[in-house]
Design a protein around this ligand. Structure first.
Ligand SMILES: [Zn+2]
Length: 328
């Protein structure tokens, strides 16, 4: 048995998840039909959407859509910047497992906000060595891929995965594996057409109890008004023995979550929580909220627990743990 399999098996005994039933219908081939160079931007959110607890989603231009006006100019600038960066920083030091490229460093990325520094927030804020200039993967997606690779058997067993408002590099990776029945859910599914997304409100998930072995809901809950309802819904659709990955920006030095329904203006939210579309800044009581929803909670970190060989090579955020909610 390989070291990796041994590690997976020992971990699986602590954090088991059930494989898909034998009689489940195999999902169709899901090779993604995406086009490089498509534009990604954040969808504008109306205050009413935020009030209703709607989640932020990403917008992807239809493949081969004509580039026009400012968008074409921005795209050309971005491409030129990336080409220059790749030429200047070619070398070793930061590796991307999604595209197989490596550079002396990655692009810096993130939102500069005082509150992120003030409260030592992991999973948010401006960071160095974040974004792969070739494929756009970031620290979060590389961490998640490594977690699946070294700490679960998700890439080997038949599993059904609900992926809520996914990041594209990890969603494409999951869909490459024929053993994974990858269901993408988003409030505006047309924006995730390449993943054949279904409409999904995370506070009212239209799937039956216990339908999924794995739920991925990363950097969504901080945008949702009724986050505790969302946690209960995610718990409900998990099969016993399944798990959910529930990443959020977490203030490492706050015992209690910062949250005030009276903070509604964009400027107030940026000041209080770091981003205009964040409805709270989670403190360490985030894990109590997950426990109240029914989860058995654990945290896992590749640096502290040393489950990734040459972990420095992937340019991850050392403070960012995997937040895991298991259903016993
Ligand atoms: Zn890459």
């Amino acid at each position: 048995m390989s070291d990796k399999m041994r590690l997976n098996r020992s971990w699986a005994s602590c954090h088991p998840f059930c494989p898909r039933p034998e009689d489940a219908i195999p999902s169709p081939s899901r090779r993604p039909a995406f086009a490089w160079g498509t534009r990604r931007k954040y969808a504008p959110m109306h205050p009413a959407q935020i009030e209703a607890g709607l989640v932020r989603v990403h917008v992807l231009d239809p493949p081969h859509s004509p580039a026009t006006g400012v968008n074409a100019f921005e795209r050309a600038i971005r491409r030129a910047r990336n080409q220059l960066f790749k030429a200047v920083f070619s070398g070793e030091g930061c590796s991307c497992m999604f595209c197989g490229k490596s550079y002396r460093r990655f692009l810096h990325q993130g939102v500069r906000a005082d509150v992120f520094k003030k409260h030592r927030v992991s999973g948010a804020g401006f960071k160095k060595n974040v974004r792969c200039p070739n494929c756009g993967s970031n620290q979060r997606t590389r961490l998640l891929h490594l977690f699946f690779e070294f700490r679960t058997e998700i890439y080997e067993k038949d599993v059904r995965v609900l992926h809520i408002s996914p990041k594209r590099p990890i969603a494409r990776e999951l869909r490459r594996h024929q053993n994974i029945d990858h269901v993408c859910g988003a409030l505006f599914p047309e924006r995730f057409a390449e993943f054949r997304a279904v409409r999904l409100d995370v506070t009212d998930i239209e799937f039956a109890d216990g339908e999924f072995d794995v739920v991925i809901c990363n950097h969504v809950l901080e945008h949702v008004r009724e986050d505790e309802t969302a946690m209960k819904e995610i718990y409900r659709v998990l099969t016993p023995g399944g798990f959910a990955v529930l990443q959020v920006p977490l203030a490492l030095d706050l015992a209690e979550t910062l949250e005030d329904p009276k903070v509604v203006e964009k400027r107030e939210r940026i000041h209080a929580y770091g981003q205009k579309d964040h409805l709270r800044l989670y403190g360490l009581d985030y894990f109590d909220r997950l426990r109240n929803a029914g989860f058995r909670v654990s945290r896992d970190n590749p640096f502290k627990n040393q489950w990734v060989p040459d972990v420095e090579n992937f340019c991850l955020d050392k403070d960012e743990d995997i937040f895991l909610g298991s259903k016993d």
